[in-house]
Design a protein around this ligand. Structure first.
Ligand code: GLU
Length: 280
């Protein structure tokens, strides 16, 4: 049984790019006679709003999607993420990181890279002694917990993951970043929550945009470390405007609500986001 999901963060309005992600996941389940789930990724209480969540559900329903209830809301499961983090800590694959964004950018020698979330962590805090780290924590310094990717991979041995369309990928050291698994401010992170939830919800096919391809080896590694089920993936194309520019969520991109107000219908929006070629 194929189980897919759409996992939006309610940080703003539903735009065309994310509507495509939702339609894609729904269609992948429909074609396989499977199940489609919705998950609200709202661990970041400072950026997520209940009003955005309500609007998102309304837009998805208006587009003609239906999903199983109850909808999983990550903010209600923080204890699950803490427990998983505890397991990783016991396995010795986490380390505290005291770096600020500015520290990371400076160490990486690329002032803007870290802001865009694209630079690999340069490893500054990986080599801190236990005493040094404990001293800083005792002094009240804020810290995140990072995955020691090399150590983790050495513990799990070779891993692979499979994209239904792109084939099989090896998880090598070169594609693994020491990502943050517990943010300073919220005690968990996207990578940890998404991986655990896909397992807990029984998701068998993770569909999402190809911008998230670099995250998948990390998720595969977390699955091995935590003994989670391993789904298949399908990373879909990103929706672009007439000039070929990617409709990233944060850039100017038409919101579904605006298109609806301008007289578009679910059918005209679906026509803008054709799925047939993707599933041919
Ligand atoms: N909340 C994530 C996003 O909106 C979900 C990504 C995923 O499907 O793994 O980008």
């Amino acid at each position: 049984m194929i189980v897919t999901r759409f996992a939006p963060s309610p940080t703003g309005r539903l735009h065309l790019g994310s509507a495509y992600s939702a339609l894609f996941a729904h269609e992948a389940a429909r074609r396989a006679g499977g199940r489609f789930l919705l998950r609200i990724e709202n661990i970041d209480a400072a950026r997520c709003r209940p009003a955005h969540e309500q609007a998102l559900l309304a837009d998805l329903a208006w587009l003609g999607l239906s999903w199983e209830t109850p909808v999983r809301r990550q903010s209600e499961h923080m204890a699950d993420y803490r427990a998983a983090l505890g397991k990783l800590q016991t396995a010795g694959v986490l380390y505290p990181c005291f770096c600020t964004r500015a520290d990371i950018a400076q160490a990486a020698g690329a002032p803007h890279a870290a802001d865009e979330g694209e630079a690999f962590y340069p490893g500054t805090c990986r080599g801190l002694s236990r005493e040094e780290a404990a001293g800083r924590i005792a002094a009240g310094r804020a810290y995140a917990l990072r995955l020691d990717a090399a150590k983790a991979l050495a513990a799990t041995g070779d891993l692979v993951w499979r994209d239904r369309q792109r084939g099989v990928f090896a998880v090598g050291r070169a594609v693994l970043d020491d990502v943050v698994l517990a943010r300073k401010d919220i005690g968990t992170s996207y990578h940890l929550a998404v991986t655990l939830d896909d397992h807990l919800q029984g998701v068998t096919l993770v569909t999402r945009g190809e911008d998230l391809l670099p995250a998948t080896p990390i998720h595969r590694l977390l699955q091995a470390l935590l003994g989670l089920d391993v789904p298949e993936w399908r990373h879909h194309r990103l929706i672009r405007d007439e000039t070929g520019q990617r409709l990233a969520k944060r850039r100017e991109s038409p919101a579904i609500a605006d298109l609806r107000a301008a007289g578009e219908t679910p059918a005209t929006i679906r026509a803008r986001l054709p799925l047939d070629a993707d599933f041919a």
